[in-house]
Design a protein around this ligand. Structure first.
Ligand SMILES: [Zn+2]
Ligand SMILES: [Zn+2]
Length: 351
């Protein structure tokens, strides 16, 4: 049974998940971004659906309408765009009982739901070249599943993230994302929520909206669309890190409209395309920072963060949470900005 332990002294949380050691992987080659599994052996490819647990949600587009279907125990839906199913090797478990222990050994069974979403049926597609239309389906599915997960009583936070490439922690090369729920706010989200709350009380302004006012026309801006802005954050912990924020103050990811989803798909296509073309498809992680939907918790201005895996975190980073970033965010924004504007022009040109 997985366990959620808190550090003796700090708020750091650790999921002790022995199940994870059994995970298979198709990254056996040392060559970067190599796809070592042929589609016929890839558990994430069409035709191999029985190699995964039954999907709880399958998106199928038929005659211009999008159908939301589900697999049965013995049969799988075919012709899908996106599939969402329970992780075979979960880091949290719905069978865990929630109970608490005493300091300094604070731990509890890691109650929660851990899922995998296959974001494209195409084995060779990458996050750097996924079409805007595919992103729209992915984001709509994420929103649908986040809503479903938050409707569960014991879920305080839904973490949505992408591991793309071996260096970013992925075990399969076929593009996918994951959702994992927690019974409490993760420390980073908690810290953002506390700061935002304090600024709301003292200055009557959202701290993140204030940051956006600064960054939207500053030297770290990468790209701006009707509703979103992408920029390299002032204190980027990763080389070429960038964040995407809704321009309008919005705490709930569940309230994002279809029009905004279309726009978010566009800015993701353009910025990730820029990351791929400028830095030869680096491994990267992407994380949603969203608010808890529980009424009693403090909120954040939701956004996305992208962390390219170009420079490895080493002793200073691991030992002190102080990060060395050799690429000034201003230079990163210049490089990514030029490439992203080209990508955007191409998207608008063809759509
Ligand atoms: Zn595949
Ligand atoms: Zn705000």
């Amino acid at each position: 049974m997985p366990e959620l332990r808190k550090d003796y002294f700090t708020n750091r949380l650790v999921l002790i998940s022995p199940e994870r050691t059994k995970r298979p992987s198709d990254f056996v080659s040392k060559e970067k971004n190599s796809k070592t599994l042929a589609p016929r052996d890839c558990p994430f490819c069409p035709g191999n659906e029985l190699m995964t647990p039954p999907a709880e949600l399958v998106l199928v587009s038929k005659e211009n309408t999008l159908l939301k279907l589900a697999d049965s125990e013995t049969e799988r839906v075919e012709g899908w765009n996106v599939r969402y199913f329970p992780n075979k090797f979960p880091a949290v478990s719905p069978d865990a009982e929630v109970k608490y222990s005493d300091p300094p050994l604070v731990g509890e069974p890691a109650f929660g739901y851990h899922h995998v979403m296959i974001v494209t049926p195409n084995h060779d597609a990458t996050y750097f070249n996924l079409p805007v239309e595919q992103w729209i389906d992915i984001l709509a599915t994420v929103q649908d599943r986040v809503r479903w997960l938050y409707s569960k009583k014991t879920v305080s936070y839904v973490s949505v993230f992408v591991n793309s490439g071996k260096e970013a922690g992925a075990s399969f090369s076929h593009a996918h994302l994951q959702t994992l729920t927690l019974t409490k706010l993760p420390p980073l989200i908690q810290e953002e929520a506390e700061t935002l709350h304090q600024d709301m009380v003292e200055l009557s302004q959202c701290s993140m909206c204030r940051v956006l006012q600064l960054e939207i026309n500053g030297p770290r801006k990468i790209l701006s669309t009707e509703n979103f802005v992408a920029f390299a954050p002032w204190a980027s912990t990763h080389a070429y890190e960038f964040w995407i924020f809704p321009k309008r103050h919005e705490t709930s990811f569940l309230k994002v409209s279809q029009k905004e989803i279309n726009d978010l798909a566009t800015i993701l296509r353009a910025t990730l395309g820029a990351l791929g073309s400028s830095l030869s498809n680096p491994d990267f992680n992407l994380a949603f920072h969203i608010s808890s939907e529980k009424k009693t918790t403090k909120q954040i201005h939701w956004h996305l963060e992208v962390y390219p895996q170009i420079v490895k975190w080493a002793g200073l980073e691991k030992g002190s949470s102080v990060y060395i970033n050799p690429v000034p965010p201003e230079s990163a924004a210049e490089t990514l900005g030029a490439a992203a504007r080209k990508e955007l022009a191409a998207i608008i040109g063809i759509s």
